[in-house]
Write a protein that binds this ligand. Structure first.
Ligand code: NAD
Ligand code: TYD
Length: 348
C-alpha cells in the first residue's frame, strides 16, 4: 500500500506516469494534483476516471495551505514531482512564472513533506528533472551524474535551483529523496509547441516548419513511455539521495530529425515522398540556444537494469499516427486562450 502524490499528472510525461502506476499497482492510491495550465489536459486521463485507486485534485503546487491539507487528508507517503513550466521558449519570454512554479512550487512541496513526514519510514520524495541543468556539450562527451551544473536558459536555471533545494532538504532535514535527470521526451499528449508535435502538426496542416538557426543542434530523444518505465524503476529501486540520468542513447541533429518527421508524416498522409520539404523555413536562432545534449544513462542501466525499449523509427511512427488520429485533441488545446498566447509570443 502506498499513497502517492503525483504532481503535474495531467501534462505530457505525468499522464503516462499516472496511467502506468494506476494500472500496474492497483493497491497504490494515486493522487494526481495539477493546476491544469495550458499544458495540463484531463483528456489525457479519461480512461482512468472510474478507477478506484485514482483521484484528481485541481490545485497549484504554490498554494501551501492546499498542499498541506492534501498531505494530511490523503496520508501522502510518496511524491513523484513532475509539475513544472517546461518550455524553454516560454521561459525566455516569462522567466518569473518559471521561478514561481519550478522553484517556489518545489520548495513548497518539500516543506509539506518535511512537516508531515515525522518519521521517514517508507517515505520518498522523487523529483523529476532535466538534463538541461548540465548546460551544453560540444560534439563529443556525455552528461553523467557527476557533470557540474551549468544551466543556460531560465527554464534550466529554474530546474537546477529546484534540484538544489531537493538535495538541500536531504542534507539538512534528512528528507528521503531521489532525483532523475532525463533527456528530451517525445510521444502522445505532448503540447504542440515542442519540436516534434509542433512539426507533425504543421506538416499535416501545410504550415511552415520554423527551424531555429541552422538546424544543427543535437538532442537525445526518448519515447515517453520508456521514461515512465524508468520512473517506475527508480521509484521502486533507486537509492535514497542518489541521482539517475535517463536518456535514449539516441542523438539527432534537428535537421535530420525533421527530415524523418517529413518522410513519416507524408507517408502516413499518402502524400508523395518529400512533398512537405518545401515547408522547411529557417528562422532566427533561439537566444542562448544550447548546442548539444547527450545523456550517459549507464548508471541506471548497470545499477537498476533499465534501458529504453522502443526503437526511434517505431516511436516516431507511433507518435505521428497518434497526432493524426487525435486532431480534435490538438484543435481543442490550440484554439481559444492558447491561440491568443501563441500569436502574442511569436508576433515579432
Ligand atoms: P508539461 O508542460 O507537458 O506538463 C506540466 C504539467 O504541470 C501540466 O499538467 C501543468 O498543468 C502542471 N503544472 C504547471 N504548473 C503547475 C502548478 N503551479 N501547480 C500544479 N500543476 C502545475 O511538462 P512535461 O513535458 O510533461 O514535463 C514534466 C516534468 O518533466 C517537468 O518537471 C519537466 O521539467 C521534466 N522533464 C521534461 C522533459 C521533456 O522532454 N518534456 C525532459 C526531462 C524532464
Ligand atoms: P524543444 O522541443 O523546445 O526542446 P528543448 O529546447 O527543451 O530541447 O526543442 C528541441 C530542439 O528543436 C531545440 O534545439 C530547439 C529546436 N526547435 C526548432 O528548431 N524549432 C522550433 O519551432 C522548436 C519548438 C524547437
Amino acid at each position: 500500500m502506498k499513497n502517492i502524490l503525483i504532481t503535474g499528472g495531467a501534462g505530457f510525461i505525468g499522464s503516462h506516469v499516472v496511467r502506468l502506476f494506476v494500472n500496474k499497482y492497483p493497491d497504490y492510491k494515486i493522487i494526481n494534483l495539477d493546476k491544469l495550465t495550458y499544458a495540463g489536459n484531463l483528456e489525457n486521463l479519461k480512461d482512468l476516471e472510474s478507477k478506484p485507486n485514482y483521484t484528481f485534485i485541481k490545485a497549484d503546487i504554490c498554494d501551501s495551505k492546499t498542499i498541506d491539507k492534501v498531505f494530511k487528508e490523503y496520508k501522502i507517503d510518496s511524491v513523484i514531482h513532475l509539475a513544472a513550466e517546461s518550455h524553454v521558449d516560454r521561459s525566455i519570454k516569462d522567466p518569473f512564472s518559471f521561478a514561481k512554479t519550478n522553484v517556489l512550487g518545489t520548495l513548497n512541496l518539500l516543506q509539506a513533506a518535511k512537516n508531515n513526514w515525522v518519521e521517514d519510514v517508507n517515505k520518498l520524495f522523487y523529483h523529476i528533472s532535466t538534463d538541461e541543468v548540465y548546460g551544453s556539450l560540444n560534439d563529443s562527451g556525455f552528461f553523467t551524474e557527476n557533470t557540474p551544473y551549468d544551466p543556460h536558459s531560465p527554464y534550466s536555471a529554474s530546474k537546477a535551483a529546484s534540484d538544489h533545494f531537493v538535495r538541500a532538504f536531504s542534507n539538512t532535514y534528512k528528507l528521503p529523496i531521489v532525483i532523475s535527470n532525463c533527456s528530451n521526451n517525445y510521444g502522445p499528449n505532448q503540447f504542440p509547441e515542442k519540436l516534434i508535435p509542433l512539426f507533425i502538426n504543421n506538416i499535416c496542416n501545410n504550415k511552415p516548419l520554423p527551424i531555429y538557426g541552422k538546424g544543427e543542434n543535437v538532442r537525445d530523444w526518448l519515447y515517453v513511455e520508456d521514461h515512465a518505465k524508468a520512473i517506475d524503476t527508480i521509484f521502486h529501486k533507486g537509492k535514497f539521495g542518489e541521482t539517475y540520468n535517463v536518456g535514449g542513447f539516441n542523438e539527432w541533429k534537428n535537421i535530420d530529425l525533421i527530415k524523418v518527421l517529413i518522410k513519416t508524416v507524408d507517408k502516413l498522409l499518402g502524400r508523395k515522398e518529400g512533398t512537405s520539404k518545401k515547408l522547411i523555413s529557417y528562422v532566427a536562432d533561439r537566444a542562448g540556444h544550447d548546442y548539444r545534449y547527450a545523456i550517459d544513462a549507464s548508471k541506471l542501466k548497470n545499477e537498476l537494469g533499465w534501458q529504453p525499449s522502443l526503437q526511434f523509427k517505431e516511436g516516431i511512427e507511433k507518435t505521428a499516427q497518434w497526432y493524426l488520429d487525435n486532431q480534435d485533441w490538438v484543435k481543442n488545446i490550440t484554439t481559444g486562450d492558447y491561440q491568443k498566447y501563441y500569436q502574442e509570443m511569436y508576433k515579432e
